[in-house]
Design a protein around this ligand. Structure first.
Ligand code: PLP
Length: 368
């Protein structure tokens, strides 16, 4: 049996006709830039996220970049985020000319540790970017309290966490803005790159809308230096086909996570810890083991896909040498980088496939 980390073809097979019809509609309309499909998706994702506004953008990366630009963050400013994240979070801070300031994670769920944020704040700090890693939201109450006390923006990096909740509140709806990615491996993935910013602030919505079209309004009159951050209407049309399935797909991922949890109970494998305040969408199911290299080798032999998200924390990336600040020890992130491993969790996995993965993992990790 082969179990890939992700099987996009399995999902496509279930919606192929709907997707092809939607793509055909856009092509027939020849509305190739923005238009009604993008507007419809913006309204739908905003509603899903309990927000007033959505702005469709070209990727999750550009959602973060456009948000930072719309909040006027740039040279001389500092932005606090987690060192244990995908590069885009930190890369976008740097690209604005601001300084990324990294804090360590809570080792239980790999999200930024809110108790480390306040001491990292300086008079230059403008914003905090909590990253809702693997589909589970950060502990947002303390983060929002700190942000309020210090008058900071909060940009939720919800690239991996669309429609997940914290105390019943949706990802993206708690901070100043929320940023989503429609990268194909996400729970709601397009057939290419795409992203969205959500917000409840009408002025920010207007600014983001202008920012994604070169900062121009009206056309050819540039109030800001923006970029071409527009979401492609073909992607919007495909995402609109997929959106009604999102809840069921995320529920299937949770069911798969439960099966893994049960199978690994009593072993020396550390399974994901989900904060009782959160409902995770399990964009990834990430375990921790002491001998990760051996596990990876066994899984490879058994044709089971796995991946390390992420092997190098941001403060250790070459490109940030001398171009970031860390606050305190980064030991938990460094340890996580050495021990985490993501297993297949996609919704179309069968019970047999999951049991096969469990067998391979246990074979490699349970002492004889
Ligand atoms: C935490 C996080 N932030 C940002 C991004 C960037 O999204 P995109 O790949 O759509 O640019 C990703 C994508 O993988 C991500 O996982």
């Amino acid at each position: 049996m082969k179990v890939p980390l992700l099987d996009l073809k399995a999902q496509y097979a279930t919606i192929k006709n709907e997707v092809l019809a939607a793509v055909n509609d856009v092509l027939d309309s020849q509305v190739c830039i923005l238009g009604p499909k993008v507007a419809e998706l913006e309204q739908s994702i905003a509603a899903l996220s309990d927000c007033k506004f959505g702005v469709g953008v070209s990727s999750g990366t550009d959602a973060l970049l456009a948000s930072l630009m719309a909040l006027d963050i740039g040279p001389g400013d500092e932005v606090i985020t987690s060192t244990f994240t995908f590069f885009a979070t930190a890369g976008c801070i740097s690209r604005t000319g601001a300084l990324p300031v990294f804090v360590d994670i809570d080792p239980r769920n790999y999200n930024m540790n809110p108790s480390l944020i306040e001491e990292a704040i300086t008079p230059r700090t403008k914003a905090i970017i909590p990253v809702h890693l693997y589909g589970q939201m950060c502990d947002m109450d303390p983060i929002m309290e700190i942000a309020k006390r210090h008058n900071l923006y909060v940009i939720e990096d919800a690239a991996q966490a669309i429609s997940s909740t914290y105390k019943g509140r949706k990802a993206g709806s708690i901070g100043t803005v929320g940023c989503f990615s429609f990268f194909p491996s996400k729970n709601l993935g397009g057939a290419g790159d795409g992203g969205m910013v959500v917000t409840n602030d009408p002025a920010l919505h207007e600014r983001l809308t202008v920012m994604r079209a070169h900062g121009s309004k009206p056309k050819y009159y540039h109030k800001y230096v923006g970029g071409n951050f527009r979401l492609d209407p073909l992607q919007a049309a495909i995402l609109l086909v997929k959106l009604p399935y999102l809840d069921a797909w995320s529920a299937a991922r949770r069911r798969n996570a439960d099966l893994y949890d049960q199978a690994f109970a009593g072993s020396n494998i550390q399974t994901p810890w989900i904060n009782p305040d959160c409902v995770s969408i399990f964009n990834q199911y990430v375990i921790r083991v002491s001998d990760r290299e051996m596990l990876i080798q066994v899984l490879k032999q058994e044709s089971v896909g796995s991946e390390v998200y992420y092997p190098v924390p941001m403060h250790q990336q070459e490109c940030f040498a001398g171009k970031c600040r860390t606050h305190g020890s980064m030991i938990e992130s460094e340890l996580a980088a050495k021990t985490v491993l993501a297993l297949p969790i996609y919704p179309e996995l069968t019970n047999e496939m999951i049991m096969f993965v469990c067998g391979a993992v246990l074979e490699a990790t349970v002492p004889a």
